[in-house]
Design a protein around this ligand. Structure first.
Ligand code: ADP
Length: 539
């Protein structure tokens, strides 16, 4: 109980103004800071852009000694340390990417009885090494460890979207350093993840702080692919009419990133593709160009994620429906971190919905062979996805749907016409009606028709792959979409094979298996084994 000097609100506000130039604390910042300064563990849930870093940076300035910050990404550490140094704050990070000279300097400082460092950023892997742990223990026993802050704390939870095995090793910290407060920070709003984080880190009687997830500066909108003539052209037009601002477009598949990026570039948009299929060098140059405003728009898979630190993103588009509200919130939330008006536009199409459902279902069947809990996880994924579909297919306030999915009660007035459903209710209703009619017509042809006629990735060659046939007949969209005969739907797609399967259930089974083969062979960016050393996670 060495460190329990009182820090009045005024003194803390002074530190905020002096070091960071902000007039007042935001949201729950002050409560979190006061809690950790009084020695209490704290779990802090704040949306992206909410100002989580201040919750450990101010305590670092409040007294001598070290605040240890555990951070999953080197890029994120570098950004923060550079920004702190620019403000004259003694901050460093330790990572494999540093020269041994730089590392030695930091170690010398840590070994001295009176370190000048205030903030030390490290990876979870480093915490797990015996060498670093014994160094930390020395610092602790000299009374110089003030706080352990764990950024992106949801990475410890297998329920979260960014589980990192290395985070599991942090569970020993609580026992190793009794009396030192642990501050867990995350923007992940799922209650299950929150509980898991608190339990896994062994937080003791933590002060649990949850901020509202409302992002009032983001305008939410859904556009319906099935009633748009040309989705690419619509997107291009959207970016142009938004004034060629900084943006991110998320796509499910790498090939779509390349394709869309090429289209947009050819049409005068300053943009580049980014996905796990590119080599490291190319990826970091795309990222650097975007961060430094050389390019304005990145067309990316979810590989473009955590650690993307550009505050002036004005627009985030989803070219495909994301897998959950959680992912959607994180991704769209990369817009407007500077609090200025920004936009989220999701392009929704029934094919994308089916594609995603298939992916989630398929994950289930693979996992169910191994364990029950994974099976449950996949069921949860499908349930999560339903919320996302409701967001797109419902006519009610989008903001309300987002916030309610995170368990927040929302008054009707909250949106303030900041989504298409509130601002243009009749237009949204008309669009939805048109979409429903389109589905109804297409449903007459069976679900294969929907998939075949609309999925832009399925040209004739792809279809050949889809049906696993060598002697693919040529077909065009017209071939399938103009027909009102069920059997004609599969014209050119192995009709004889198809006709042999005359019963409806058999047909569905046949189609489904073919569909599964297709997607298995084209498995989109898999959640690869993430290397924590790699600054950007694989998609
Ligand atoms: P998070 O980690 O929650 O996404 P950051 O810590 O990166 O958010 O903060 C987001 C932005 O908000 C930063 O530009 C930061 O300087 C700013 N910020 C943080 N706290 C305050 C505050 N009290 N007043 C004004 N701006 C703040």
């Amino acid at each position: 109980k060495r460190r329990q000097q009182p820090h009045g609100k005024e003194a803390l506000v002074k530190l905020l103004r002096w070091h960071f130039g902000h007039a007042e604390f935001r949201g729950k910042q002050l409560e979190a800071i006061e809690a950790v300064l009084s020695g209490r563990d704290c779990f802090c849930l704040m949306p992206t852009g909410g100002g989580k870093s201040m919750c450990y940076q101010i305590p670092a300035m409040a007294r001598p000694g070290i605040v240890l910050v555990v951070c999953p990404l080197i890029a994120l550490m570098e950004n923060q340390v550079t920004a702190l140094k620019e403000k004259g704050i003694a901050a460093e990070y330790l990572s494999s990417t540093q020269t041994s000279h730089a590392k030695n300097k930091i170690h010398e400082d840590l070994d001295s009885g009176k370190p000048t460092l205030r903030l030390l950023y490290v990876t979870p892997e480093l915490i797990a090494t015996a060498g670093f742990m014994s160094k930390l223990t020395k610092i602790y026993s000299r009374g110089l460890l003030n706080l352990v802050a764990i950024d992106e704390a949801h990475c410890i939870s297998t329920w979260g979207h960014d589980f990192r095995p290395s985070y599991r090793k942090l569970s020993s910290l609580r026992n190793h350093f009794p009396g030192i407060p642990i501050l867990a920070l995350t923007a992940t709003a799922v209650p299950k993840v929150q509980n898991d984080v608190i339990e896994s880190l062994g937080l003791q009687r933590p002060l649990v702080l949850k901020s509202s997830f409302n992002r009032p500066n983001i305008y939410y909108e859904v556009r319906y692919k099935d009633i748009l003539n040309d989705v690419y052209a619509d997107l291009c037009n959207l970016l142009k009419t938004s004034g060629n601002v900084c943006g991110i477009i998320y796509c499910l598949e790498r090939s779509a990133c390349d394709d869309l990026s090429a289209y947009l570039s050819n049409n005068g948009i300053s943009c580049a593709a980014y996905h796990a299929g590119l080599n490291d060098k190319l990826r970091s140059s795309v990222l650097d160009d975007w961060i430094s405003s050389k390019t304005q728009v990145v067309v990316a898979t979810v590989a473009f994620g955590m650690g993307i630190d550009r505050k002036d993103v004005r627009i985030v588009c989803h070219y495909n429906i994301p897998k959950s509200m959680e992912s959607f919130y994180q991704e769209s939330g990369r817009a407007g971190r500077d609090q200025l008006p920004s936009r989220s536009v999701l392009y929704y199409g029934v094919d994308d919905r089916r594609k995603m459902e298939f992916i989630l279902r398929n994950a289930k069947s693979k996992k169910s062979q191994t364990s029950n809990s994974q099976d449950q996880l996949s069921k949860k994924s499908l349930d999560d996805f339903t919320q996302m579909v409701e967001y797109c297919e419902g006519s009610g306030c989008r903001r309300k749907k987002i916030l309610e999915s995170f368990g927040e009660q929302v008054p009707a007035s909250l949106c303030n016409e900041s989504c298409d459903a509130c601002k243009h209710p009749s237009l949204v209703a008309r669009n939805l009606e048109e979409v429903t009619n389109t589905y109804a017509t297409r449903q007459r042809y069976g679900f294969s028709h929907i998939m075949i006629s609309r999925s832009e990735n399925m040209n004739c060659q792809d279809l050949s792959e889809f049906w696993n046939r060598e002697d693919e007949a040529s077909c065009s969209e017209e071939d399938v979409s103009d027909s009102d005969d069920d059997n004609d739907v599969v014209r050119g797609l192995g009709r004889s094979k198809f006709q042999k399967k005359s019963g409806l259930n058999e047909r569905i089974d046949f189609l489904q298996r073919a569909e599964e083969n297709y997607y298995r062979s084209k498995a989109p960016d898999k959640q690869a084994n993430k290397s924590d050393k790699n600054a950007i996670a694989d998609a």
